[in-house]
Design a protein around this ligand. Structure first.
Ligand code: NDP
Ligand code: MG
Length: 387
C-alpha cells in the first residue's frame, strides 16, 4: 500500500488521479489533499477517501468546508491558505506527492516534500520551469525521484527505462498543435477564451488549455524535459503530431528511436508514476493500430506561435529567465481568460517581460519567489490598475 498526498486534488489531473486511486483501492491510501475554490469536489473527496489533512487555499471555500466538517463531526486537520500547502508535503507517512496545482504556487510545497524525502509525481510543470535548478539539485541531494506525470515526459521516462543517459542523441517531444494548428497570426486576432480552451485531443484545466493553443505549453515542456533529463536545448526537438498517439520519443546514438504510444488519456501516465517501477492494468481504451491507420508529423510554426520560440530562448538563457517566462505567461493567460487583453497580447507580454526584467544567472530560490511577486504586481497593476 502506497500513501499518496495530492496538491491540487480538485482539478483535471487531480480528478483523474482520484479515478486511479478508486480503481486500485488496495494499492493506495490518500493521506492529504489541497484544493482552492471547488468546495463541492473537496467534500466529495473527504467523504470518499477520508484524507487526514485537508488544505483549502481560497477563503470562501475554506469557510464552507470548515462548517461542513464541524456539522458532520469530521476528524481531520483542516488548514487555510497558500502558505498551508506545505502541510500536505509534510505528512511523514507519504510515499509519494502528486503535484497537480496549476502555476508556480507549486514550487514551495514541492521543495518541502523533496526535503522530507518524499517521491514526487510531478504534473505541475511551472515549478520546474521557474525553479528547475533548485528542484533538481534538492532531489539529487536527498536522493528523491521526480516521476513525470506530464504525458510527454512520462513517455520519455518509459522510453528511457534500461538505457543510459549518455546514449541519448535527441528527445522528440510531440505536440498535437492545439486548436489553431495551421492558422496564421492574422486569423488569431479575435480569438476568444472559449475558442482557445477548446482543445482537439485533451480535456484539461483552463490555463494549460490556453497554453496548448499558444504552444507555450510545448515550450514549458521543453524546459521541463531539459531539467528532468539533463538534455541540452539544441537536442530537444518539438514535432507536431496531430493524432496524439505517440506521446514522445527518445533517439539514441545508434540512430534508433524509441517511442511510447497509447490512446490519449492522462490516467495512464498518472498511474505509471504512482505504481513505478511496476506496471498494472489500466482502465483506458486499448490502442487499435488498424483503426488509426496512419500517423503524421509536421514542423511547428514558430513564426505564428512565437511562445515556443520565446520558451527556447528563456530555456537557453537559463538563470531567472524561466521564472520571468512562466510568471509573465501565467498573468497574461489569466488576463486573457478574464477578457482584459486580446489573445495575441499573451506572447507580446511575455516577450516584453523577458526583455525588460533584469537577468540573473544564478538566482536563489528567494530571488525566484521575489521576481515572481514583482512581475505579478507590475502586470496586474498595469492592466487592472492595481486591483
Ligand atoms: P486545473 O485548473 O484543472 O486544476 C488546478 C488545481 O489547482 C485545482 O485543484 C485547483 O483548485 C488548484 N488551484 C487553482 N488555483 C490555485 C491557487 N491559486 N492556489 C492553490 N491551488 C490552486 O488544472 P490541471 O489539472 O489541468 O493542471 C494542473 C497542473 O498539471 C498544471 O501545472 C498543468 O500544466 C499540469 N498538467 C495538466 C495536464 C492535464 O491534462 N490537465 C497534462 C499535463 C500537465 P480548485 O479546482 O479547487 O479551484
Ligand atoms: Mg503534456
Amino acid at each position: 500500500m502506497k500513501n499518496v498526498g495530492i496538491i491540487g486534488a480538485t482539478g483535471s489531473i487531480g480528478s483523474q488521479t482520484m479515478e486511479v486511486l478508486r480503481e486500485n483501492r488496495k494499492a493506495f491510501n490518500l493521506t492529504g489533499i489541497s484544493s482552492h475554490s471547488n468546495y463541492k469536489k473537496t467534500i466529495e473527496i473527504i467523504e470518499e477517501f477520508s484524507p487526514e489533512v485537508v488544505v483549502v487555499t481560497e477563503d470562501n471555500a475554506y469557510d464552507i468546508i470548515k462548517d461542513y466538517c464541524k456539522d458532520k463531526n469530521k476528524k481531520l486537520s483542516l488548514y487555510r491558505g497558500i502558505e498551508s500547502l506545505e502541510k500536505v508535503s509534510e505528512i511523514k507517512e507519504n510515499d509519494i506527492l502528486v503535484t497537480s496545482v496549476v502555476g508556480m504556487v507549486g514550487l514551495k510545497p514541492t521543495m518541502k516534500a523533496i526535503e522530507n524525502g518524499t517521491t514526487i509525481a510531478l504534473a505541475n510543470k511551472e515549478t520546474l520551469v521557474a525553479g528547475g535548478r533548485h528542484v533538481m539539485e534538492a532531489a539529487r541531494r536527498r536522493n528523491v525521484d521526480i516521476l513525470p506525470v506530464d504525458s510527454e515526459h512520462n513517455a520519455l521516462f518509459q522510453c528511457l527505462q534500461g538505457e543510459k543517459r549518455e546514449d541519448i542523441k535527441r528527445l522528440h517531444i510531440t505536440a498535437s498543435g492545439g486548436p489553431f494548428r495551421g492558422k496564421k497570426k492574422e486569423e488569431l486576432i479575435n480569438i476568444t477564451p472559449e475558442d482557445a480552451v477548446r482543445h482537439p485531443k485533451w480535456n484539461m484545466g483552463m490555463k494549460i488549455s490556453v497554453d496548448s493553443s499558444t504552444l507555450m505549453n510545448k515550450g514549458l515542456e521543453v524546459i521541463e524535459a531539459h531539467w528532468l533529463y539533463g538534455v541540452d536545448y539544441d537536442k530537444i526537438n518539438v514535432v507536431v503530431h496531430p493524432e496524439s498517439i505517440i506521446h514522445s520519443m527518445v533517439e539514441y546514438k545508434d540512430n534508433s528511436i524509441i517511442a511510447q504510444l497509447s490512446n490519449p488519456n492522462m490516467k495512464l501516465p498518472i498511474q505509471y508514476a504512482l505504481t513505478y517501477p511496476k506496471r498494472i492494468d489500466c482502465n483506458i481504451k486499448e490502442l487499435n493500430l488498424f483503426d488509426i491507420g496512419q500517423l503524421t508529423f509536421e514542423r511547428p510554426d514558430t513564426d505564428t506561435f512565437t511562445c515556443l520560440k520565446l520558451a527556447y530562448q528563456a530555456g537557453k538563457a537559463s538563470g531567472n529567465a524561466g521564472v520571468i517566462l512562466n510568471t509573465s505567461n501565467e498573468v497574461a493567460v489569466d488576463l486573457f481568460l478574464n477578457g482584459v487583453i486580446k489573445y495575441l497580447e499573451i506572447n507580446e507580454i511575455v516577450e516584453r517581460c523577458l526583455n525588460n526584467y533584469e537577468y540573473m544567472s544564478k538566482p536563489t530560490l528567494e530571488d525566484i519567489i521575489q521576481i515572481d511577486k514583482r512581475i505579478r504586481k507590475d502586470l496586474y497593476g498595469l492592466y487592472l490598475g492595481g486591483k
